[in-house]
Design a protein around this ligand. Sequence first.
Ligand SMILES: *Cc1c(COP(=O)(O)O)cnc(C)c1O
Length: 235
Amino acid sequence: MPSAITSRVNITENLQQIHHKIAGICQQYQHDPSQIKLLAVSKTKPADYIQQAYEAGQRDFGENYLQEALEKIQALRNLPLIWHFIGAIQSNKTRDIAENFDWVHSVDRLKIAQRLSQQRPESLAPLNICLQVNISHEDSKSGLELSELEPVIEKIRLLPHLKLRGLMAIPEKLDSLEAQRKTFAQLYNTYQQLQQKYPQLDTLSMGMSGDMEAAIAEGTTLLRIGTAIFGARNT
Ligand SMILES: *Cc1c(COP(=O)(O)O)cnc(C)c1O
């Protein structure tokens, strides 16, 4: 049952505000807003919210929970949406992900990449992937350590049905802009170094509703925004 609060969410207005905010922050830090993709994170939100966002011009949507995501993908299959999987990946779920998504941001080990490549249908374009980096070195968080990236990339490059696009991170929650920037700067440096060696990398997936200023300041190319578009989640 939708609560009174969630049913008052004005998604069109929220999207306009987010674009306005991104433009303002870009101006402040002298970045080009056309270089930043907005991913609308729709986890726990109903398909009609996604449809509203689509009607307001949004095309890329991010989901964390596979079963829920598959239902929405099915319900909205007539719309030309681009689906991104951004949640934790269990290896027995890779087939559904490989068959139904356009992007996966949360590839955190070689085995998952191998399975995704193997299971990606030949009829579809290669699956776009980002490697998830455990940038805050939290034991509880999934992701590769910085030192593991190159050896993993060397193997992933050879997988025929994947297209490696870049890096993704979910840093620990930090309150100050300065602390957030420091973490994102570290990720940006790594990304830039890897780009020298692997020029096909074009995506740095960093920044959510609570840290988008820091992410833009440090050179994000893809913001993953949920709450600021669809309202707070009850879960
Ligand atoms: C939920 C989620 C987001 C969006 O978070 P908000 O704070 O609601 O903007 C972004 N990235 C990942 C990986 C998430 O799980």
